[in-house]
Write a protein that binds this ligand. Structure first.
Ligand code: URA
Ligand code: SF4
Length: 250
């Protein structure tokens, strides 16, 4: 039998009655898309299972791929600084990525692996892991770091540049605050970097405010994903319908 290279969705690997530890173990063997083939390992989310905020990046970087943990490289350091500056304790958050394997191209000349943006199909394939993380943790807010995360959470047409720092509603993940990816701050040209850093820190400070003030503050901006069905409303318990009497037997 040929070995399965990729099934097309991480949903094929979600265990029954999932918990975060079970998911993490299952994700280690995920072949939902082809990215597992070249990467070192799955980088699953980590942090408090009672987190009030989940921060979602794009995908592991070179360092995260080697270490097996999210946001431990240069972008992670900047992210940690922003959390600290906003007074957000890393112990109360959960950190993960929209895509859980590192996608890269090798550049032989510089002997480096260069990050490559995941495709829409890879984002779709990996989304079930993120859905489960959000469903199990039920945070007060999800923070999208960059456009890949924002598009997983809010749909493909969502534009971070237009809505950064706002509280928008995801059909499946609840309140989301989108901002830029910390890597974009690191990549900014010298003359713009200080400003990019300040703006990023300001957005993370808004997350801290949101967590302090309570879930109602600032909610309800009208940005919704219009292409997706509204969230399912739980039906009230159905009453047993009376069994219809057979006709003609009065
Ligand atoms: N960039 C990300 O989006 N995620 C990481 O874990 C590291 C860098
Ligand atoms: Fe599975 Fe996601 Fe890795 Fe693709 S990127 S193999 S869907 S964990």
């Amino acid at each position: 039998m040929p070995r399965v290279m990729a099934t097309g969705s991480a949903a094929d690997f979600i265990p029954p009655r999932p918990t975060l530890p079970k998911l993490r173990r299952a994700a280690a063997g995920c072949r939902g898309c082809d990215l597992w083939l070249n990467a070192t390992q799955t980088v699953f989310g980590e942090g408090s299972t009672k987190a009030t905020a989940i921060f979602v990046g794009e995908q592991p970087g070179d360092m995260e791929d080697r270490v097996g943990r999210p946001f431990v490289g240069p972008a992670g350091r900047l992210f940690d600084e922003a959390l600290e500056s906003a007074g957000i304790d890393r112990d109360i958050v959960y950190v993960t990525n929209a895509v859980k394997h590192f996608k890269f191209v090798r550049r032989e000349l510089v002997k480096r692996r260069l990050h490559k943006k995941p495709s829409a199909a890879q984002m779709r394939a990996c989304k079930p892991w993120l859905e489960e993380e959000v469903r199990l943790i039920r945070p007060r807010v999800v923070v999208a770091l960059g456009s890949t995360a924002a598009q997983s959470l809010l749909g493909g047409s969502f534009r971070v540049t237009r809505h950064r720092g706002e509280v928008v509603t995801s059909d499946w993940a609840g309140p989301v605050i989108p901002t830029v990816h910390p890597s974009s701050v690191l990549r900014a040209p010298d003359e713009l970097r200080a400003e990019a850093r300040r703006d990023f820190f300001r957005d993370i400070a808004k997350v801290a405010d949101y967590l302090k003030k309570g879930a109602r503050v600032g909610q309800g901006t009208a940005v919704r994903q219009s292409t997706v069905a509204p969230p399912r409303v739980r039906q009230p318990a159905t009453r047993k319908r009376p069994v219809p009497r057979a006709r003609g037997t009065s």
